[in-house]
Write a protein that binds this ligand. Structure first.
Ligand code: NAD
Length: 256
């Protein structure tokens, strides 16, 4: 379905981003990966799906590096047809104790990076009259949780940016939508499970059960594969008139 298209997925060396990159590659899209840590493993996983894959190591907190990454996608594959703004980090502390540098980093990586990549990818999409911008927000773009001020502020911001980008392009073939996952067992969440186990003196399995039980009625993690399938739907012809939604996949978290 996506043969001949190019998808740039930020923060795709791990977790949800890698899951979405693989789902889009399985539909034939060439992929530009981005993120820190091991690169060769994720590259091989995507290449095994029979598409071309490239990598750019832009730090998503740095607008100049984001510009260089979009330029890299353009010179390598001729442009960005599908932009998935996914890179993100977390820090947990009460507002009065929240380190200023963590606030700034979360706002930059989880929110402002989506603006920078979107503003640079849009003109190419508008010229082709086809494009998909998918912002990986969170249930925390819809509701709050204690000790996550920067993350919740950034994700609400991403949902707002999604709506405005969708509206500004509503008469074109360019759509913009957000995905709002509940708990997904990636390294970002594993850290929170480990912290809970340590703080409460309980096993990892019990900490996992408590984490799910506090928020997610299904008592199940959403998977990167399920989120990848939703991204593929947004890119399908059935998604042509889906514009500005914040679609939760959260085991009932926000239904409560
Ligand atoms: P993860 O830690 O597995 O992956 C994060 C990715 O972002 C990695 O590839 C990492 O290298 C990259 N990254 C981090 N800082 C970066 C930077 N400055 N520049 C470039 N890349 C950077 O986490 P994940 O759980 O897969 O999270 C992906 C997205 O999904 C995030 O935006 C997160 O907020 C969101 N999300 C996660 C969950 C969850 O439960 N895991 C739930 C809702 C939303």
């Amino acid at each position: 379905m996506l043969k001949g298209k190019t998808a740039l997925v930020t923060g795709s060396t791990s977790g949800i981003g890698l899951g979405i990159a693989k789902a889009l590659a399985a539909q034939g899209a060439n992929i530009v990966l981005n993120g820190f840590g091991d690169v060769e493993g994720p590259k091989a996983e995507v290449a095994a799906l029979g598409v071309q894959v490239s990598y750019h190591g832009a730090d998503m907190s740095k607008p100049a590096e984001i510009a260089a990454m979009i330029e890299h996608a353009t010179t390598t594959f001729g442009g960005v047809d599908i932009l998935v703004n996914n890179a993100g980090i977390q820090h947990v502390a009460r507002v009065e104790n929240f380190p200023i540098e963590k606030w700034d980093a979360i706002i930059a990586i989880n929110m402002s990076s989506a603006f920078h990549a979107t503003r640079l990818a849009l003109p190419g999409m508008q010229a082709k009259n086809w494009g998909r911008i998918i912002n990986v927000a969170s249930v925390h773009g819809l509701v709050g949780s204690a000790e996550k001020s920067a993350y919740v502020a950034a994700k609400h911001g991403v949902v707002g940016l999604t709506k405005v980008t969708a509206l500004e392009n509503a008469t074109t073939g360019v759509t913009c939508n957000a995905i709002c996952p509940g708990w997904v067992l990636t390294p970002l969440v594993q850290k929170q499970v480990d912290a809970k186990a340590a703080a409460r003196g309980i096993s990892n399995a019990d900490a996992t059960k408590q984490l799910l039980g506090e928020k997610e009625p299904s008592m199940q993690f959403t998977t990167p594969e399920e989120l990848g399938a939703l991204a593929v739907f947004f890119c399908s012809p059935a998604g042509d008139n889906v514009r500005g939604v914040a679609w939760n996949m959260d085991g009932g978290w926000t239904a409560q």
